[in-house]
Design a protein around this ligand. Structure first.
Ligand SMILES: C[S@@+](CC[C@H](N)C(=O)[O-])C[C@H]1O[C@@H](n2cnc3c(N)ncnc32)[C@H](O)[C@@H]1O
Length: 183
């Protein structure tokens, strides 16, 4: 019940439309209900703001943990020439992300792995992006601190990392974005 309420609230906050369709397909309401875990896409202007906040460049390897339709790694590759890696549990999302990457012409720069983000190898990331439930962020935090190299930037949409306070918080189109750098 609490999950359902959180889904609706976050969807409303994001203004997400489950009915939008793109060439590679967009999830419909039924798919969103069926998904093993909540899927809500980050609005494109907010994606761009996340990448700017992380100061992404062509030297970066951007990991999106729970990558959905792949929009964050794809934007990092398209806008900055960065390498992008998406980790996603849902096989339909992986297919959609690969299709979106082909359509954007960045399939050589991005990779989508069907994997649980809690066991994925994160060591090569220089930027990590998150749009996950608060409890998932908390569960991830020890791994982020242990496995990411010093200097790696982490940007989270909306939710924090417990008592590891962000060094910067900004708003993008009304959505809070939080930034950390791994010490
Ligand atoms: C709120 S959506 C965000 C999608 C994308 N990052 C974006 O910003 O548009 C969260 C995504 O995380 C995925 N997810 C949830 N738990 C996961 C897990 N344990 N491992 C991998 N992906 C997961 C969901 O399937 C969903 O696509």
């Amino acid at each position: 019940m609490a999950d359902t309420v959180l889904r609706v609230v976050v969807a409303l906050l994001l203004g997400a439309s489950p009915f939008a369709r793109a060439d590679c397909g967009a999830p419909n309401a039924a798919e969103m209900q069926e998904a093993e875990a909540l899927y809500l896409p980050t609005p494109h202007p907010v994606v761009e703001a996340m990448l700017r906040l992380a100061r992404v460049s062509g030297n970066d390897i951007v990991y999106d943990l729970g990558s959905g339709d792949g929009r964050i790694p794809i934007a990092a590759a398209r806008t900055y020439g960065a390498r992008g890696v998406g980790i996603e549990l849902d096989g339909r999302m992986i297919e959609r992300a690969r299709c979106n990457a082909r359509e954007a012409g960045v399939e050589r720069l991005v990779e989508f792995r069907r994997q649980d983000l809690f066991v994925a190898d994160l060591a090569e990331a220089t930027v990590v992006t998150l749009f996950l439930f608060p409890g998932m962020n908390l569960k991830l935090r020890p791994r982020l601190l242990r496995e990411l190299r010093p200097g790696t930037r982490i940007v989270s949409l909306r939710f924090g990392l417990g008592d590891w306070l962000p060094e910067r918080t900004i708003e993008a189109d009304g959505h809070p974005l939080l930034l950390w750098t791994v010490p």
